[in-house]
Design a protein around this ligand. Sequence first.
Ligand code: UGA
Length: 430
Amino acid sequence: MKVLIIGMGYVGTTMGVVFANAGHEVTGLDIDEGKIDSLKKGKLYFYEPGLQEMLVNQMDHQRLSFTTDTKKAIENHDILFITVGTPPLENGNADLTYLKKVAQMIGRFKNREKTIIVKSTVPIGTTSKVEQWISEAGADSNPVNVAMNPEFLREGSALQDALYPDRIIIGSDNKTTLKTLHKLYQSFSCPILKTTAMAAETIKYASNAFLATKISFINEMAKLCDTLGVNIKDVSKGMGLDDRIGPHFLEPGLGYGGSCFPKDIKELLLTADTYQRPLHLLKEVEKINKNQSSYFIEKVKNSFDTLEGKRIAIFGLAFKSHTDDTRESVSFPIIDQLLEEKSNVVVHDPVVQLSKDWVGKGVQQSSDPYEAVKGCDAILICTNWPVYKELDWERVHQLVKQPYIFDGRNMLEAKKVKDLQFHYKGIGYS
Ligand code: UGA
């Protein structure tokens, strides 16, 4: 099938590659010439494991191309996916500016019947607005069939998640649209749930909210475990063995970050408030998440008389491993708190480059973790990059001034580093 994907961000680009791999003829459209130039050259402009290779492969097979020519692209396609960003506004609401612009553009260039599939995460009720925006901007009276098809891929494992999803949710009130989408996804082996557009929008938010709840729940348990002297890893494992609970998203740490959970939880809370149906549990989830970095810093503070003048190495800037995304990464509030304490901060990340602003604030970056730890008083692990697990910790011990490790991701084996004479503290684990 011939598919147009509008918005070449993480989701759009990944889905483009995956649809091409499923045998469809895909065109990726974006108004950002820089992004399209790069993609046309077969170069992914962000870091995502495995995606670069498959992108080139699909382009070589002539199943994937890119353009900035909006008019021509819209005119030449009947199935259009919208994957533009819906970032949070200052008040927490999703910014629908890009989505509305795309809808109006579709309306303007629509020359025959079109199927429009919203894949961007949008506030509940937005898909019907998209239909309205298209109609209002349209000179042409042919029907538009709009559907909501939420995306569940994770950064860092986007390709695998998109190739092998757990489920596909298709929301539309139109039978023909549901059939078109079913056909598009027929080579995928997972269950396909057909529902209304509003239910599909709700499924996306409810899923992210539930996962965030699991994370805040286990973070609360980890704090209790710190007090009780119980190992949270055993608790997570023991809980996860119950099929009804499951082992996933029970890893305590520094709280959830990234471009999705924080934004989607805020949006859902606001939507619920609008309908006078406040989500009390989710409000607590958000609060617990916000406090997680302070809890971690308190642990560091409690181990020293003062943090003033202490050299602190931060391991990891990305919001999680295998991505170069730093949006809502907890590393930055942690660095901020350390700067407030007048510590000297040196950071390491395998892929992220510190911005000039942070360099201007006196934060140093080292491309080598062993360099970063030289003469430091404490190491704070903030991102679960596997490279930190694999370090020669004996060598690290020789390089540091004081052997303190604060493991915000419970990555290291406590016994192993303690045997090397490190003071080690994780979250609910030491
Ligand atoms: C999340 C969802 O997992 C995807 O299903 C969804 O499609 C996506 O949001 C989205 O809405 O677009 P993502 O934000 O890429 O994906 O990353 P996750 O792997 O879910 O991690 C989110 C945060 O939770 C990270 O900061 C991670 O470190 C943290 N986390 C995750 C924990 O602290 N503990 C865990 O056990 C799992």
